[in-house]
Design a protein around this ligand. Structure first.
Ligand code: CUA
Length: 376
């Protein structure tokens, strides 16, 4: 095999492998090309035709380059050193390749700008939710009664919305720049300290839509996930009614001991409504604000949606959450987290970012878990 053939076949293999690798995730949970809400569909309707136009341009330009290279290459029967005919100053060609791309771009921009304005419109009368990015988790503060104050529900990482209804988000950050992205529902929106960026979310159907922070924000950027959970409107109402209530005091012994441990170690940063209050400054650059845990057990994940809090359909479940055991507490992971959080998720806890190691002993951890699972 000649060198040239070997190189060409190597390049071909690379192209085929990358195409195959890019195409193999047919039902990826974060596929922006599989829109499941109006905003994502609007974007998809723009992407597809523009991708087609870009494809035609790509084929045309690449084909032209290859054809020219082949047509004007030096041939064995030609004397060496002869230059091909020079086309510099060919007015028709130069005007042509200036005007044609300009026309294409102008055409594309009409639809792009229209889409940008379309997406920027907030839905009147929709529920308002304030979204805060913080190293390395998301906080959601709901205004469910429409009084303009986003203080009715405070939750973390899992944004619960009613399916088939738009929700207006206002996205900001308490420390560095993050970016909120649930690809199946809408485009990305940066979370910038001191700014409120609007984004409207709507899911066609009930379901869990995964997303993540898409702006590099430090050590655990890759572990700053999020979930948009769209519920049937009736289920959403039930969820909301539960979320606005305060936590109940535990009655069993282990949970009561856990509450004491919780008050000793956790309440500086974590709030449980009805138990304590954590002051939230305008911009808390460091930890000191941590997820509100009032209804911790209504979430499926924890620690920036990095770990499953619940495991479904585990036949060997030792800690069922519902009597049917189709929801099982991921006790080993929760305990490991309480034992040493920075070992589970990279965090600069010594610089007060993220949850520090608290030096809890195993009894305290058991009690804490007993308390946490009462928070439903
Ligand atoms: Cu937050 Cu990346």
């Amino acid at each position: 095999m000649s060198d040239r053939v070997r190189r060409a076949s190597g390049a071909l293999v690379a192209v085929v492998v990358s195409l195959a690798a890019a195409g193999c995730a047919s039902d990826a949970p974060q596929d922006t090309l599989e829109p499941e809400g109006p905003a994502a569909r609007t974007i998809d309707n723009l992407i597809m035709p523009i991708f087609g136009i870009a494809g035609i341009v790509f084929v045309f330009v690449l084909g032209g380059v290859l054809w020219l290279g082949w047509k004007f290459k030096a041939r064995d029967d030609e004397p060496e050193g002869d230059l091909p005919e020079q086309v510099h100053g060919n007015t028709k060609l130069e005007i042509g390749w200036t005007i044609v791309p300009a026309i294409i771009l102008a055409g594309v921009s009409v639809f792009t700008v229209a889409t940008i304005f379309d997406l920027a419109e907030a839905e009147e009368g929709a529920m308002e939710v304030e979204v805060f990015g913080q190293q390395w988790w998301w906080e959601y503060r709901y205004d469910t009664d429409g009084d303009g104050e986003t203080d009715d529900i405070v939750t973390a990482n899992e944004l619960v919305i009613p399916a088939g209804e738009p929700v207006n988000l206002s996205i900001t950050s308490r420390d560095v720049i993050h970016s909120f992205w649930a690809p199946k529902l809408n485009g990305k929106k940066d979370a910038v300290p001191g700014r409120d960026h609007p984004l409207t979310l709507e899911a066609d159907e009930p379901g869990r839509y995964l997303g993540q922070c898409t702006e590099f924000c430090g050590l655990s950027h890759a572990n700053m996930n999020l979930v948009v959970e769209a519920l049937d409107p009736e289920e959403f109402d039930a969820w909301r009614e539960n979320q606005v209530t305060d936590a109940e005091e535990p009655t069993d012994e282990a949970a009561m001991a856990g509450l004491t441990t919780f008050e000793q170690f956790c309440t500086t940063c974590h709030q449980v409504d009805g138990l304590n209050e954590v002051e939230v400054g305008e911009a808390d650059l460091i930890a000191g604000v941590a997820p509100n845990l009032t209804h911790f057990m209504t979430r499926q994940t924890f620690a920036g949606a990095m770990f499953d809090l619940m495991v479904t359909d585990d036949p060997e479940c030792t800690s069922p959450v519902t009597p049917s055991a189709d929801q099982c507490l991921n006790r080993p992971q929760l305990e490991a987290w309480l034992r040493n959080p920075p070992a589970e998720k990279p965090m600069a806890a010594d610089a007060e970012r993220g949850m520090p190691e608290l030096g809890l002993n195993e009894d305290q951890i058991d009690d804490l878990v007993a308390y946490l699972i009462t928070l439903d």
